[in-house]
Design a protein around this ligand. Structure first.
Ligand code: DGY
Length: 425
């Protein structure tokens, strides 16, 4: 081994140690917070990725993470995006604002359903010891997927009722649709996120006003889905949520086979979602896109979620050319917004930065579908960003500078479970 290689190995060992330490430090007893300060509760899709990371260290802790997440599930099947296990004044809006009256206290909206996909990954690592956990989690996961199909898939694609549901809060996919939100009753409030990180890396005030207006709307109708559908001006078929649910249904069907459960109902959901994806193809853009269900218009946004088509197992059509164009413009891919967009902002959350966590699922899909070169490039870029800079929430795609929260659970988790294991892991 030459000197350079020896130094790199030392650094990798150090990053491995730090990643495991981050998972332990962010552990609050059966669940992980994303990062102290900025996100002090259990977040839905963060938690699923945390479980993937834990599966590299402690399989039973990985299953516990998913089981704790489902403790927040509503009787409707919905799994909330935040579970407020212990109140923390450092986050806004807290349970007093959401007023969902659940125990444990939760928010009133959901988040991308990656849990079944991660459950499959954990099970595959240790099938024998995982069987009982899969048997316990199967019905809660199926109930959640059914809730999506019944409450959110009237168009075939998955509708979000709040930008926070997408996990890509300020993505441009719904900026035009969000203009219809009335913010006149929002009043004064104090944001907490901008006291933890630089405001240039976070959504703007107008975005927050709209986020809160939608929380108040949901709260005022007691989080009743049919009333929200009737009264809210905001309903967007999110390309990311649609691809993630479709993939999760495929993995749930696979898990059904492992435990001898019927997959017939799940196969029906898969067919429904596959048909729904067609309407999200944007020919002009050359990739899949989100659609404002109120106006029927595609958003015209080439976002990172467009490139989850391989992960979802749908026909990518000409997406590969679009992906190559985007990657060409970003030394550290994959940016959350096409750098050719006039709105590209390399620091601002989902309007430009590269997110290792999304790279992991885009890369996984590419590797599975034989797009090895692109998958390896994503793996390599993610490796370089974390090796050089550390475990940030997201990175500037132009320089690999770390942005947002630091010591971030899901960045540590994908380092352990995906980056250092190879893109097909
Ligand atoms: C936030 O508070 O920034 C979250 O993204 C909401 O889930």
């Amino acid at each position: 081994m030459n000197n350079m290689a020896a130094i790199e190995t030392l650094n990798i060992d150090e990053r491995n140690r730090q990643a495991a330490e981050i998972l332990r430090t962010n552990d609050r007893g059966g669940y992980n917070i994303p990062t102290a300060g900025l996100y002090p509760y259990q977040w839905n899709w963060d938690s699923a990725f945390a479980a993937w990371g834990w599966s590299e260290i402690d399989i039973s802790r990985a299953w516990r993470e998913l089981e704790t997440l489902f403790k927040g599930q509503w009787s409707t099947g919905m799994v909330p995006h935040i579970i407020f296990h212990e109140v923390d004044e450092g986050y806004f809006p807290g349970p007093d604002v959401w007023r969902t009256h659940k125990s444990p206290q939760t928010s009133g909206i959901t988040q991308p359903p990656v849990a079944a996909t991660i459950a499959r990954k954990i099970y595959e690592k240790a099938p024998q010891s995982g069987l009982a956990s899969v048997e316990r989690l199967f019905k809660p996961m199926a109930d959640w997927h059914r809730w999506f199909i019944e409450q959110r898939c009237e168009s075939g694609a998955v509708a979000i009722t709040h930008p926070w549901e997408s996990g890509r809060d300020n993505a441009l996919d719904w900026e035009a649709a969000a203009e219809a939100i009335d913010i006149s009753n929002v009043g004064e409030y104090t944001r907490r996120d901008t006291s933890h990180v630089n405001p240039e890396m976070r959504p703007r005030k107008i975005d927050y006003d709209r986020y809160l207006a939608l929380v108040y709307l949901g709260r005022d109708v007691g989080w009743d889905e049919s009333k929200i559908r009737e009264l809210s001006p905001f309903r967007v078929a999110d390309v990311g949520m649609t691809f993630i649910l479709l993939r999760a249904c495929r993995d749930l069907a696979w898990l059904a086979d492992q435990i001898g459960q019927s997959r017939v109902e799940i196969d029906g959901w898969i067919a429904h979602l596959e048909a729904g994806c067609g309407q999200l193809w944007n020919e002009e853009l050359g990739c899949y896109d989100s659609m404002d269900l109120k106006s029927g218009k595609l958003s015209g946004t080439k976002s990172v979620a467009s490139f989850l088509c391989w992960y979802a197992g749908v026909d990518p059509r000409t997406s590969k050319t679009s992906l190559e164009q985007v990657m060409e413009l970003a030394p550290f891919s994959l940016p959350s917004l096409d750098p050719a967009s006039s709105r590209f902002d390399p620091k601002r959350y989902w309007q430009g930065p590269t997110w290792p966590v999304v790279n992991s699922i885009v890369g996984l899909g590419l590797a599975e579908k034989g797009e090895t070169e692109l998958a390896e490039r994503l793996g390599k870029d993610t490796f370089e960003m974390i090796l050089q800079t550390g475990f940030y929430e997201y990175f500037t795609p132009l320089t690999a500078a770390g942005e947002g929260g630091n010591n971030f659970t899901w960045t540590a988790a994908v380092w352990l479970a995906w980056v250092t294991k190879g893109p097909a892991s």
